[in-house]
Design a protein. Structure first.
Length: 94
């Protein structure tokens, strides 16, 4: 009986994790790439514009920052522009 409870509890926790992950995902249209790790998108559902910093990406700061541009900042920005061009769609996971 205790084993059955553990299995049911594990299944409920897994279902909750999956459900919460799906609830936090939303569709967006890429408006522009600001630099190598930041994009501006428009939420498809309501048209709201959102600035997004990409998780786990630390690109060199470019011309939009208050400091001198770091080496390869333009290369990083152009790479991201090729990867997700303006007008393309993406799924954003909060």
């Amino acid at each position: 009986m205790a084993r059955a409870r553990q299995i049911v509890l594990a299944a409920l926790v897994a279902a909750l994790c999956l459900w919460s992950g799906i609830a936090l995902a939303w569709e967006a249209e890429i408006i522009r790439v600001s630099d190598g790790d930041t994009v501006v998108v428009r939420r498809v559902e309501n048209g709201e514009q959102v600035r997004i910093r990409l998780y786990g990406v630390d690109a060199p700061e470019g011309h939009g920052s208050k400091w001198e541009p770091q080496p390869y900042s333009r290369v990083a920005t152009n790479f991201l522009k090729e990867l997700i061009p303006a007008g393309s769609r993406a799924t954003v996971i909060d």
